[in-house]
Design a protein around this ligand. Structure first.
Ligand code: DP6
Length: 354
């Protein structure tokens, strides 16, 4: 029986996919390779207190989010941790886990909270695993990405800073469907100084859950074409990141976002998640690009909110564009979140009590 208690805290960022993961098979395995940008300021902060139980009857879980209990979250986390205890981390059966988490970004803002939360929780679990079984033979971050993926696919990518690829492809060394891989070494310096401004057009909670969206792909008439196209886009965006091809980068990123929405619109049931303000912003971005040489581009998650991606060196004209050509014309309740490429998760503390 384990006698020690542990208290561990990590903060871990969200990420925005440039090449979208949309469709999965088996146990949380992606139908195509995806690629994302890890954010800097949009993070989940998660603390877990592991207290030993007198028997192997765990994991016993108590979860609070922003100080409140939520039945829906509690059930999802219990299911996830029970699966881990059975399949991956038997030591969890010996513990009570008191989990507290909060986000630094608002709800339903187009920033994936499951990626941030699941990656922060996976890092807490892996820190304790590493302490208990020193020399277990896993590379820590690879293991954390694998464990995060079992909770939420996109969370696998949040384990690393910068640009991250997930899914087996011959174009990324050590790539795997099981965990994500950082690719910053091949990225041109221009892209290492990138901003993401999120325009929160609507903060109504997501109309469709990601799991439901992934499921809709199974019988989608376009699914094979989509997976082929996503893999081609993945390969091509790697070349753009390497060669500083910002023009083609913008085309691919926008095409990926619109494909995601095209798939949603043409699925059964059909989902139209863009709002009039979403389309207005898209049109304005395209006009701005026509009138300037600045390759500002947009991407979307499975919702109406718009991410604007651009080089921080071009912040001045782009902030002016946002203030003059977007802000006055969209709903006055829209919010703007100024984030950027981030350096990845950080451990805040790790304590062991005998
Ligand atoms: C549109 O990672 O949220 O954001 O694995 O079921 O938790 P689950 O799905 P999730 O799906 C993310 C979908 C997306 C695209 C992306 O992040 O790649």
């Amino acid at each position: 029986m384990q006698k020690s208690s542990f208290q561990v805290k990590w903060k871990s960022p969200s990420n925005i996919a440039l090449i979208k993961y949309w469709g999965k098979h088996g146990h949380q395995l992606p139908a195509n390779a995806s690629l994302s940008m890890t954010l800097s300021d949009s993070v989940s902060v998660t603390e877990v207190l592991f207290s030993p139980l007198n028997s192997d009857s765990g994991p016993v879980v108590n979860f609070t989010f922003e100080g409140k209990q939520s039945e829906a979250f509690q059930q999802r986390i219990e299911k996830y941790l029970t699966y881990l205890a059975e399949q991956e981390m038997p030591f969890l059966k010996k513990y009570h886990l008191a989990i507290q988490s909060h986000n630094t970004f608002p709800h339903s803002s187009g920033i994936a909270s499951s990626a941030a939360f699941m990656s922060s929780l996976a890092l807490c679990l892996c820190s304790v695993e590493e302490q208990l079984f020193e020399g277990i033979g896993y590379a820590f971050y690879e293991r954390a990405s694998y464990i995060a993926r079992l909770g939420s696919g996109s969370a696998a990518r949040s384990i690393y800073g910068g640009y991250v690829s997930w899914g087996r492809t011959m174009h990324v060394r050590r790539s795997s469907d099981e965990y994500a891989t950082p690719i910053n070494k091949i990225v041109h310096s221009t892209f290492l100084n990138y901003a993401d401004t999120i325009i929160v057009v609507s903060d109504t909670p997501k109309a469709i859950s990601s799991s439901e969206g992934h499921r809709l792909m199974e019988n989608h008439p376009f699914h094979l074409a989509r997976y082929r196209q996503a893999n081609l886009h993945h390969e091509e965006i790697l070349r753009c990141l390497l060669c500083d091809d910002r023009k083609r980068f913008a085309e691919i990123v926008e095409n990926e976002a619109l494909q995601l929405h095209a798939l949603l619109m043409t699925s059964n049931p059909s989902w139209i998640l863009m709002e009039p303000d979403t389309l207005f912003i898209i049109q304005q971005v395209r006009k701005f690009r026509q009138h300037t040489d600045i390759p500002l581009c947009f991407t979307l998650d499975a919702g109406p909110n718009v991410h604007l991606l651009y080089s921080i060196e071009e912040s001045v004209p782009i902030r002016q564009f946002i203030d003059e050509s977007i802000r006055p014309f969209i709903s006055s309740s829209a919010r703007f979140i100024f984030d950027k490429l981030g350096s990845g998760p950080e451990q805040i503390f790790f304590h062991k009590f005998e």
